[in-house]
Write a protein that binds this ligand. Structure first.
Ligand SMILES: Nc1nc2c(ncn2[C@@H]2O[C@H](COP(=O)(O)OP(=O)(O)OP(=O)(O)O)[C@@H](O)[C@H]2O)c(=O)[nH]1
Ligand SMILES: [Mg+2]
Length: 471
């Protein structure tokens, strides 16, 4: 159930952790009155008597005779984020202090906000449509510059404009088909089946294209994953530790040290990824290692990229490499490891024996040493490039769609498919006019759900549950 909107809510609106500044946000009819019980402006005028869009410096009381410097930012309904009276209390970014401020606001009558409740209020008061509210969530979850840019386009209403244009065309088709029903006695046909079919197909094409080109907003929250794949002892765990800067995995000269999956975040430059270390693959090893290896190979199909670790300090068998990474569709980077053990001519010879990066999946070969750190920056860049597709949103064209919006689009396109099929199956519009009108209206209402023109509580809860508290 969506919560009440007429009480006053409070939450910490700045990120967790220590910072120069922390923000507590209140929204609701009593926001300013509650603020007055906690905050004293330097000019002594109560906040509830001040106009909106004002910033007041002063002191916030956090104990009997304890106060901290603070600022109160006043936003008056309806021109605030939530459409209600809002108050932001800015003070020192100490988690303990912010918790005390929230508790004081609660004692003065505010209710702790649920995740997304501020933005839910913005939607319910009509200051924001649903697609724009989802853009707020996408912005919060963005993990790279391209994702931020895409989220901004989402907020700018690129999608809303497109949907609106489709809606207009659909509404016109619906009106014409319904006119055929209403004036069934007249000898005129308001819309020919040919035109209906052509327009339905054009709409389907455009909707499909948008779905195809759009990035999925939910992916923002998920780090891309890279699996370290290689023979036992090739140096996978050493690389995981070196790339993550953490002492995460046990490394040893004994083949078969790692048996289970281990993960660590690694910074690739433009974005972060989750790196997975696992058992080495060796078909001739004992059963335990072989079984661990089978699990790794199964996992290799589910990650975003592979880092094939090859110990080049000894002879390399290219066919074994091929078996490991050859036929996979997941992009792969080869880390030719332990180069510290080779002199330049020997290294050149070994590198020449490796597969060259010409196929789509094999992106690069990097000479590295997990032990000395040689070549790791190049490896990071190569992995970031291999994952490029994960982040790439096509500089200008891409739109971000949430899973919910994707489903709405899908439903609209499917209804249009049925319109097109019906139109192909009859002789004149009037034969199936009722059915055609019904399907057109189905498509219309699916499009309306994207912007939230018609909403149900369930739908709202799905959208706003992905938010953090305080937004
Ligand atoms: N000289 C040198 N030795 C390395 C390098 N990387 C790893 N080693 C050594 O190779 C041995 C195996 O390293 P690990 O990182 O445990 O290898 P692994 O691939 O995780 O092995 P398993 O977990 O058994 O599959 C250890 O003795 C490491 O110190 C390197 O770049 N240069
Ligand atoms: Mg290991």
């Amino acid at each position: 159930m969506l919560p009440e909107v007429n009480d006053t809510i409070v939450a910490v609106a700045s990120p967790p952790g220590h910072a120069a500044r922390g923000i507590v946000r209140l929204s609701g009819p009593d926001a300013l009155a509650i603020g007055d019980r906690m905050f004293r402006a330097d000019d002594d005028r109560p906040l509830s008597e001040q106009r909106g869009f004002r910033r007041r410096e002063g002191r916030m009381f956090v104990g009997d005779d304890l106060f901290v410097p603070a600022e109160a930012w006043i936003f008056r309904a309806p021109r605030s984020y939530t459409g209600q009276d809002c108050l932001e209390l800015h003070t020192i970014g100490s988690p303990a202090l912010l918790a005390i401020v929230v508790e004081a606001a609660r004692a003065a009558g505010a209710r702790p906000a649920r995740p997304g409740e501020f933005t839910a209020r913005a939607f319910l008061s009509g200051t924001m449509d649903l697609a724009r509210a989802e853009a707020v969530a996408a912005t919060i979850h963005a993990r790279s510059k391209t994702q931020l840019r895409a989220a901004r386009r989402m907020g700018e209403g690129t999608l809303a404009r497109q949907v609106h244009a489709w809606r207009q065309r659909l509404a016109e088709l619906t009106a014409l088909v319904e006119a055929d029903i209403d004036f069934a006695e007249e000898p005129i046909e308001f819309i020919t089946l040919d035109r209906l079919k052509t327009e339905a197909e054009a709409l389907i094409r455009e909707m499909d294209a948008l779905q195809r080109d759009a990035a999925q907003a939910e992916r923002f929250d998920v780090l891309p994953t890279i699996l370290l794949l290689g023979r036992p002892n090739s140096g996978k765990s050493t690389l995981l530790n070196a790339l993550s800067g953490l002492d995460r995995a046990i490394c040893s000269a004994m083949a078969g040290t790692t048996r289970d999956f281990l993960t660590a975040p690694v910074n690739l430059g433009p974005f972060e990824a989750q790196m997975l270390d696992a058992a080495g693959i060796d078909a001739d090893a004992d059963e335990l290692i072989r079984r661990a290896g089978d699990r790794v190979l199964a996992r290799a199909e589910q990650v975003d990229a592979l880092c094939l670790v090859v110990d080049v300090s000894g002879p390399v068998d290219p066919s074994a490499l091929d078996r490991l990474a050859g036929a996979r569709s997941v992009p792969c980077v080869i880390a030719a490891n332990k180069v510290d053990l080779l002199d330049a001519p020997a290294l050149a010879e070994r590198l020449a024996s490796l597969p060259t990066p010409n196929g789509k999946a094999l992106r690069a070969v990097c000479a590295v040493s997990g032990l000395t750190g040689h070549g790791l920056d190049e490896l990071r860049r190569a992995l970031a490039r291999a994952l490029g597709d994960h982040d790439a949103l096509g500089e200008d064209t891409a739109v971000v769609l949430s899973l919910r919006q994707r489903r709405c689009l899908q439903a609209a396109a499917e209804a249009m498919q049925r319109v097109s099929a019906e139109a192909a199956a009859c002789e004149k519009t009037l034969d199936r006019a009722e059915l055609l009108a019904f399907e057109l209206r189905t498509a219309l209402s699916a499009l309306d759900d994207i912007a939230g023109a018609v909403t149900t509580e369930d739908l709202l809860e799905t959208v706003f549950s992905s938010f953090c508290i305080g937004k």
